[in-house]
Design a protein around this ligand. Structure first.
Ligand SMILES: C[S@@+](CC[C@H](N)C(=O)[O-])C[C@H]1O[C@@H](n2cnc3c(N)ncnc32)[C@H](O)[C@@H]1O
Length: 413
């Protein structure tokens, strides 16, 4: 219970769950999408419905009064955000990022170091970074920001349960935590390195964080609509040139656009904003050449029936471009992942399957490449020839047929 009520709205004690209709969820989803970039995909919608129901019950109101108050009031909105946002996190989550940071980036970054933990949840990410700096005797600090005020309060409190610290080595627990009650408290030395700030990532980058050289924004953009993820990434690129950016490992590089360089260290990726890059515009792809036939090309954006269609078309174009960039850079596995997503989103698109096949070939997986070429051939047989020809301008359908036939006849090793 949050202890607040909406005066005069009546109906306390009503079983509010029956009142959270699809229309109510739609309105809240739209409000949160425009306010904080939240993408209301089906699992999140179910969570949203439960949270709205609980907020309505806690406030002793009904759905209509709640919606009116939510639209007008920031306290209610914050309360809903505190409930709806997902604070799943852990100390040294994605350990490969910390290893990469320690090995490759920290030695080459000027001091004092400053790191932005963007979407810090309950603070474990920020304190993991602080541990690393402390252990390496590096002068530096971490600014931890989040949209959730309850997450920030937990970060400030710096107290964790035994379960929450279970991922830390005994040496780290001994060095950085002290037992308090039935849990653990982070040492003052680490707490001195971490400061918190309430910040919505779709707002302009706050001046305090602009001087950070490293940004950890992991497992946050997955909750954003593609449009809002782009807004955030563009803002960072514009205001924080040459900053290192770490994203969650399930967050693909399609949204990264042309304003970041993808830097691969073994199997781990980090991104670097390109200094002085112009405003984000789609990269103009080179004309097809005999050596590189049918390069991924931004597909013409179809007339979008809905904003969601438009987002999907933009996402597909981004996947095609990023896949080609990865392939050009010799990052075959990454190209396979990107082209596979393109083919998954556009199974009718023969070029998606063709590119997947070419990337699989480059990744030395001839059997899977053959399957992709066969899928490309089937898609080509069903496709509108005019549309395909437009997409492969400079080539003819006959040449595409010839290429696919040849690919299907190559022996698989
Ligand atoms: C799953 S946690 C990720 C925590 C940590 N970065 C990690 O990878 O372990 C996502 C966090 O992003 C925050 N968040 C979501 N939308 C946000 C927004 N628009 N602005 C700032 N933080 C946001 C949530 O409150 C939540 O704490």
């Amino acid at each position: 219970m949050n202890g607040r009520g909406l005066a005069g709205t009546g109906s306390a004690g009503t079983d509010a769950s029956t009142l959270v209709t699809d229309a109510v969820v739609d309105r809240v989803a739209e409000l949160l999408r425009s306010a904080v970039g939240l993408r209301a995909e089906p699992t999140l919608r179910a969570r949203m419905r439960r949270c709205i129901r609980d907020e309505i019950a806690d406030n002793g109101t009904d759905a209509e009064s709640y919606l009116r108050a939510l639209t007008a009031g920031s306290a209610l909105r914050q309360s809903l955000l505190n409930r709806i946002t997902v604070q799943e996190t852990a100390f040294f989550r994605h350990p490969e990022h910390f290893a990469l940071l320690e090995r490759e980036i920290l030695p080459a970054t000027r001091r004092p170091l400053s790191i932005w933990s963007a979407g810090c949840a309950n603070g474990q990410e920020a304190y993991s970074l602080a541990m690393l700096l402390e252990e390496r005797c590096i002068t530096g600090s971490i600014i931890a920001t989040d949209i959730s005020t309850s997450a920030l309060a937990r970060t400030d409190a710096a107290r964790y349960s035994t379960k929450e610290v279970s991922g830390l080595t005994t040496a780290r627990v001994d060095r950085h935590l002290s037992a308090v009650g039935d849990g653990w408290e982070v040492t003052q030395a680490l707490r001195n390195r971490v400061s918190t700030m309430h910040h919505n990532l779709i707002d302009p980058v706050p001046s305090r964080v602009r001087s950070c050289q490293i940004i950890f924004c992991r497992n946050v953009l997955i909750y954003f609509s593609p449009e809002h993820a782009r807004i955030f990434l563009d803002r960072v690129a514009q205001t924080m040139p040459a900053a290192w950016l770490f994203l969650g490992s399930s967050e693909t590089i399609w949204a990264i656009g042309d304003r970041y360089e993808t830097v691969r260290f073994g199997d781990t990726y980090a991104y670097r904003s390109l200094p002085g890059s112009p405003a984000a515009v789609p990269r103009s792809l080179p004309a097809p050449s005999p050596e590189a036939p049918f390069r991924a090309r931004a597909r013409p954006t179809p007339v979008a029936a809905t904003p969601a269609d438009h987002d999907e078309a933009a996402m597909i174009a981004g996947l095609a471009r990023s896949g080609q960039t990865a392939l050009d850079a010799g990052h075959h596995a990454a190209a396979v992942v990107l082209f596979r997503k393109w083919a998954y989103l556009a199974p009718q698109d023969c070029l998606a399957h063709l590119h997947l096949g070419l990337a699989l070939e480059a990744a030395a997986d001839p059997a899977a490449a053959l399957r992709a070429f066969s899928a490309a051939r089937r898609a080509l047989d069903l496709a509108d020839p005019a549309e395909v020809e437009h997409a492969i301008d400079g080539y003819s359908i006959a040449e595409l047929h010839k290429l696919l036939d040849a690919k299907q006849q190559e022996p698989t090793r």
